[in-house]
Design a protein around this ligand. Structure first.
Ligand code: FAD
Length: 408
C-alpha cells in the first residue's frame, strides 16, 4: 500500500501509541512528537539505583476489553494479583477475597472482622449482579458517588471504612469515595472478570510492547509542542511544522490557542519505594491500611526481577506534611509498624501531580467525530472518558478513526 501523507500525534502515552497503531492499520505512517525521551507517559518503569520501579503503583486489569484487543498478554508475562486484599485495622490484619475464585480464602474472609456476614454476602451478590450487567448498561446508569452507591446497596459503615474506602482510595486516588458509581461498577466488574496484573518487567512493559508493534511510525523525542493550529504545529524550540492532521494525545488545554478546551482537574498521589528484609503481606496481594490518620493507603511487596530483593511500594494520596523528608519518615514508621519489616531502606519516591483526571461525567466511549476539536485536529487521552488504561486506548482508537475519516 502506498503510504498516505503524515499525521502527527502529540504524546507517546497509551492513547498516542494506540492512535499510531490504528493509523498504521489504515496505511498511514504517523509521526509521534513526544516531549520526554521515551514512550510511556504515565505508564513507565524506571531504572533507579539498580531497581526497576514503576512510575506509580498501577495494575492492568486483564478483563479490560481493549487490553485484550491490543496487548499480547502472554508476552507481557503477567503476574496475577490475588483477588481481595490484606487489611490492617485495629491492631489486627485480615485476608479477604472472593471465595468463588479461591476457595482457600473462604474461611479467613468469613472470619475477618471487616464487616458483618450480611456485608460479605452482599459483596458476593454485587459480584454476581455486575457479572450480568453489560458495560453499556453500566455507563448508561445514573451517576452518584461511590459512597452513595455503597450505602444504597446496604453495606455497613464498618465494611465501607475497613474495605471499600482503603481499596478504592488506592484506585480512585481520592479518599472520600466521591468518584462516580459508574467507575466503581466498571472497575469492580473488571476485577471480578479477570485479574489485576503487573508485567514481570514492570508496568512500562505495556507501553514498550505497544511501541514494538509500530513499524511505520517515526518518533520525535525530547520535542515539546507549544501550540497547534488547524494547519501548523509550533514546537517549543520555535520551529514550525505544516500538517494536514494532528491528534493531540496529551492535555490539549494549553496547546490550542483561542480554543475553549475544558480545564482538567487532576488527582495526585505519591509512590514510595523501599527495600525491606521481610513483610507479613501474603504474596501477590495488595495490603491496605484501614486505620484512619495514616499516610500510607496501600502497600505492595514484590521481588525485584534483577536483584532478587524484596521491594515494597507504598502509595499515599494525602500528603499534608510540609516536607518530603517528613513524609518519608512517617511512611517508614508505618511500614515498620504494620508490615513487620525491621530493615526499611528508602530507595526512591515519585510525586505524581497529574495521575488521574478528576471527571464527573464518566464515559466508556463516544463517536469518533466527538474527538474533533478543529477541522484537522483531534484529541485523545483518558481524560475524555475515565482514568484508566482502557479509556486511554479507546480514546486513541477513536481519534485515529475520526481523523482518517476527514482525510478522504
Ligand atoms: C499512579 C497512577 C496509577 C494508575 N493506576 C491505574 C490502574 O491501576 N489501572 C488503570 O487502568 N489505569 C491506571 N492509571 C491511569 C493510566 O495510567 C492512564 O489512564 C493512562 O496511562 C493515560 O494515558 P494517556 O495517553 O491518556 O496520557 P499520558 O500517559 O499522560 O500521555 C501523554 C503523553 O503526552 C506527552 N506530552 C504532554 N504534553 C506534551 C507536549 N506539549 N508536547 C509533546 N508531548 C507532550 C507526555 O510526556 C506523555 O508522554 C494510573 C495512573 C497513575 C499515574
Amino acid at each position: 500500500m502506498e503510504p498516505k501523507h503524515k499525521i502527527y500525534i502529540i504524546g507517546a502515552g497509551v492513547s498516542g501509541l494506540i492512535a499510531a497503531y490504528e493509523l498504521e492499520q489504515m496505511g498511514y505512517h504517523p509521526i509521534i512528537i513526544e516531549q520526554t525521551a521515551e514512550v510511556g507517559g504515565r505508564v513507565k518503569t524506571i531504572q533507579e539505583k539498580g531497581y526497576a520501579l514503576d512510575l506509580g503503583f498501577q495494575v492492568l486489569l486483564s478483563a479490560y476489553p481493549l487490553a485484550k484487543k491490543y496487548l499480547d498478554m502472554d508476552q507481557l508475562q503477567l503476574n496475577k494479583l490475588e483477588s481481595g486484599a490484606f487489611i490492617y485495622a485495629n491492631n489486627k490484619s485480615y485476608l479477604i477475597g472472593d471465595p468463588l475464585r479461591n476457595w482457600k480464602i473462604l474461611i479467613p474472609t468469613l472470619m475477618s472482622d471487616i464487616g458483618s456476614i450480611a456485608d460479605k454476602l452482599k459483596i458476593l451478590k454485587l459480584n454476581i449482579q455486575l457479572k450480568f450487567k453489560s458495560l453499556d448498561k453500566i455507563f448508561a446508569s445514573p451517576e452518584k458517588t461511590t459512597l452513595e452507591y455503597l450505602v444504597e446497596c446496604g453495606f455497613s459503615s464498618k465494611i465501607i471504612e475497613r474495605f471499600f474506602k482503603p481499596f478504592f482510595t488506592g484506585i480512585f486516588l481520592e479518599p472520600d469515595l466521591s468518584t462516580s458509581s459508574r467507575m466503581f461498577e466498571f472497575v469492580y466488574k473488571m476485577f471480578g472478570e479477570g485479574y489485576a496484573t503487573i508485567p514481570e518487567l514492570g508496568i512500562g512493559a505495556i507501553t514498550k510492547q505497544l511501541q514494538s508493534k509500530l513499524h511505520h511510525t517515526e518518533f520525535m523525542f525530547n520535542c515539546g509542542v507549544k501550540e497547534v493550529t488547524n494547519n501548523q504545529i509550533l514546537l517549543q524550540s520555535g520551529e514550525t511544522i505544516a500538517h494536514k492532521g494532528v491528534i493531540i494525545a496529551s492535555s490539549p488545554a494549553s496547546l490550542l490557542p483561542g480554543h475553549k478546551s475544558p480545564t482538567i482537574a487532576w488527582k495526585k498521589c505519591m509512590c514510595l519505594y523501599f527495600e525491606v528484609n521481610q513483610t507479613n503481606i501474603p504474596a501477590n496481594t495488595i495490603a491496605l491500611i484501614a486505620d484512619a490518620g495514616n499516610y500510607t493507603n496501600n502497600l505492595y511487596a514484590y521481588t525485584d526481577a534483577a536483584t532478587g530483593k524484596t521491594i515494597l511500594s507504598a502509595t499515599t494520596v494525602q500528603q499534608k506534611e510540609p516536607s518530603i523528608e517528613k513524609i518519608i519518615e512517617k511512611v517508614i514508621m508505618e511500614v515498620q509498624q504494620y508490615t513487620g519489616a525491621s530493615l526499611v531502606h528508602y530507595i526512591q519516591h515519585y510525586e505524581i501531580n497529574f495521575a488521574l483526571p478528576d471527571i464527573k461525567d464518566i464515559k466508556m466511549t463516544a463517536l469518533p467525530s466527538n474527538s474533533k476539536v478543529l477541522e484537522n485536529v483531534f484529541v485523545a487521552g483518558d481524560y475524555l472518558f475515565n482514568g484508566s488504561l482502557n479509556a486511554a486506548m479507546e480514546s486513541g482508537r477513536l481519534a485515529a478513526l475520526g481523523i482518517a475519516e476527514t482525510q478522504r
